[in-house]
Ligand binder design. Structure first.
Ligand code: BG6
Length: 518
């Protein structure tokens, strides 16, 4: 075995402990869409390359246009050529892999599509048997989810029983756009399948760095004593993107950053950072603990004026990011010229439980900021007594900070004070660093690789359960309701390429703290 042998990849060792899923067919609804091209097929190809796919594996792409198997294969090859993690695509491997790619055309609202699909799957079973195991991937616009789920049930494509072939359904985000719609979708899902057959995807949970939060906290005994209100002053969570809405204006108009990033991705890693230790690294044990965090979030006031002490919003105007001119949000395609949709949100929240009582959590998520960075920064309290009085001011302002960098430059660093060499006792903050790139020397797998594999293995640990989704919408809905009652915000209120509106600075500065400038 050589170091370049995929089986020898250090990042692959331990992934699912070498478990290989049972043979199965994955049916992708929305096969001509962007997600399929950019993420799903490249992820499946990478899994094939790393020999992580089952011994027999098929993909059936479903979409409206009648293009046939050959054109589907060609288009998927082009996607992999462009987006696969490891390129160039290996011709010999592609040739074997692509023999398992098939296409089925039809509209999602039409039962005939599902009947045709069923026949096609039965036929496939004769030539490329998978024991009838199936994963249905819903990668369509969210408005189609209830229809597809219902039709899958009607066409008899879902085996609800625990015995017999497995049926699993992956549902892309967003799962609902508020509590009522999420509940309704959960009811539809539960009308045709068991909860453990539903895999609500949040691709942040597939990121190595997000999973590592649990390993960092619970495989090391040294953090636990510090991980609470006795030692932590406050926590800052940042999801900053340098990009704007990038042609997704139409979608974003119906969403805004609060629904797009906070309700799902940010709450997921907030939960992992704040939760109690689960009894085991198992789906329900982990999700029970995450749910407790969501249920402990202190509800925010619904009065708009009071809410503004906890939540501020912004929208980017024209500006420049990294020296490049950028249009404002209102100039983006598909965006209303007077749009009131937020592209920045800053939140102060509390987790009302024994561990976190009194510790504020500051969250900010935004588009068109100076750089892309996602991180969790835990700011510890300063030392209880100052014996280096000449530096006391500095120690108070720059406390010990543990920062977990989710992306880019993935890693963890701890800032502490050190003596500057010399005859005086001058102090300076220095970092203690862990970098993924340096420690493992290999590129981490894409989030979708891990998540698709886990779904095929029936492991829901990194997927969101129905009650988690509902708990997070319950909290988010209060903000949306308050905003709906508030006077129209004066947007745009920050220029592209800056760190957001001044109201966001005021939000945290009122408490005598400042946002990090990562
Ligand atoms: C998606 C959001 O879920 O996540 C996008 O809809 C956002 O608006 C994206 O840009 C960010 O994902 P990542 O993996 O690039 O951080």
């Amino acid at each position: 075995m050589t170091a370049s042998d995929p089986l020898h990849n250090p990042l692959r060792q331990g992934l699912n402990d070498g478990r290989i899923p049972q043979p199965c067919t994955m049916v992708i609804f929305g096969a001509s869409g962007d997600l399929t091209k950019r993420k799903l097929l490249p992820a499946l190809y990478s899994l094939a390359r790393d020999r992580m796919l089952p011994s027999q594996f098929n993909v059936v792409g479903v979409a409206r246009r009648p293009i046939g198997d050959a054109a589907f294969r060609t288009s998927m090859r082009e996607s992999c050529d462009k987006f696969a993690r490891r390129r160039p695509v290996d011709d010999a491997l592609w040739s074997t892999f692509s023999e398992g790619l098939f296409y089925c055309d039809g509209t999602f609202e039409n039962l005939a599509t599902y009947e045709k699909l069923k026949l096609q799957l039965d036929e496939l079973e004769k030539t490329r048997p998978t024991g009838g195991n199936r994963v249905f991937y819903l990668s369509t616009p969210p408005a189609e989810y209830p229809t597809i789920v219902t039709m899958l049930g009607k066409a008899g494509l879902i085996n609800r029983e625990k015995d017999g072939p497995s049926t699993r359904v992956i549902i892309e985000k967003p799962f609902g756009h508020d509590l009522a719609s999420a509940r309704e979708l959960n009811e539809t899902v539960h009308s045709v399948m068991r909860e453990d057959q539903a895999f609500r995807i949040d691709h942040y949970l597939g990121k190595e760095t997000v999973q590592n939060i649990l390993v960092f906290r619970f495989a090391n005994g040294i953090w636990e004593p510090l991980w609470n209100s006795k030692y932590v002053d406050h926590v800052q969570l940042t999801v900053a993107e340098a990009i704007g809405v990038e042609g997704r204006g139409g979608y974003f108009e119906g969403s805004g950053i609060l629904r797009d990033m906070v309700q799902n991705h940010m709450f997921q890693f907030l939960c992992m950072m704040a939760m109690e230790a689960p009894v085991a690294f198992e789906a329900d044990a982990v999700r029970d603990e995450k749910l407790k965090v969501l249920r402990s979030l202190r509800p925010l006031p619904e009065d708009p004026k009071e809410l503004s002490r906890y939540v501020v919003r912004g929208q980017y105007g024209p500006g420049s990011v990294g020296g490049e001119e950028r249009i404002g949000y209102r100039q983006e395609q598909g965006v209303a010229p007077e749009s009131k949709v937020e592209t920045y949100v800053g939140i102060k929240l509390h987790i009302d439980n024994w561990r976190w009582g009194g510790v504020p959590f500051y969250l900010r998520a935004a588009k068109s900021l100076p750089k892309r960075v996602t991180e969790i920064a835990i700011h510890f309290k300063k030392a209880p007594h100052a014996i280096f009085p000449q530096s006391d001011n500095r120690l108070g302002k720059e406390p010990n900070v543990l920062s977990i960098r989710i992306q880019p430059d993935e890693g963890i660093s701890l800032k502490f004070f050190s003596k500057v060499p010399g005859p005086t006792t001058d102090l300076m903050p220095v970092p203690m660093e862990f970098r993924y790139g340096t420690a493992f020397g290999a590129e981490p797998p894409e989030a979708y690789e891990r998540l698709i594999l886990d779904c095929m293995l029936g492991d829901g640990t990194l997927f969101t359960r129905a009650d988690e989704v509902e708990a997070s919408w319950t909290w988010i809905d209060r903000i949306e309701r308050a905003w709906a009652k508030a006077p129209a915000p004066k947007f745009p209120n920050y220029s592209g390429g800056t760190w957001g509106p001044s109201e966001a600075d005021e939000l945290i500065e009122r408490d005598g703290r400042t946002w990090r400038r990562p």
